[in-house]
Design a protein around this ligand. Structure first.
Ligand code: DQA
Length: 145
């Protein structure tokens, strides 16, 4: 199984961002943790601070991956363009967040991408990615039946 992990703006700054919400690990640490948790899965990793680059990565994933786990960062809350890009591709996308966006500022409680994702996992720190991968595995297994 091939899974793409997409991280959006400012997630390259993990390790420097507010540890109360984002922990102390770097993005590389989180990516290594994901890989080590599922040795049987072939992971690719993409991070960008640019909306268009994330949209391009979604488009280019067609035919390459069984699923995508995405932390769209702040774009989660207002990027209709990313929401539309998810809608264009026929690949399950799991939305994940390190922090619990529902117990933070009001603007973070809204996800405009959620309706186009197979599920949302928030507040588990790096384990949000792990649960996101599990969502993809379950979805792929269901479709194979
Ligand atoms: C985040 C939550 C967003 O509100 C924020 O803008 C981020 C990270 C999270 O992982 O908790 O950049 O997606």
């Amino acid at each position: 199984m091939d899974i793409l992990i997409i991280n959006g703006p400012n997630l390259n700054m993990l390790g420097r961002r507010d540890p109360k919400y984002y922990g102390t690990e770097t993005l590389d640490d989180v990516n290594e943790y994901i890989k080590a948790s599922f040795p049987e899965i072939n992971f690719s990793f993409f991070q960008s601070n640019h909306e268009g680059a994330i949209i391009d990565a979604l488009h280019e994933s067609i035919g390459k991956y069984d699923g995508i786990v995405m932390n769209a960062g702040a774009y989660t809350h207002y990027s209709y363009a990313i929401a539309d890009a998810i809608d264009c591709i026929d690949i399950p996308v799991a939305e994940v967040h390190l922090s619990n966006i529902h117990e933070r500022e009001d603007f973070r409680k809204i996800s405009v991408i959620a309706p186009n994702c197979i599920g949302q996992i928030a507040g588990l720190g790096r384990d949000s990615y792990i649960e996101g991968v599990k969502l993809i595995i379950e979805r792929v297994a269901k479709n194979d039946k």
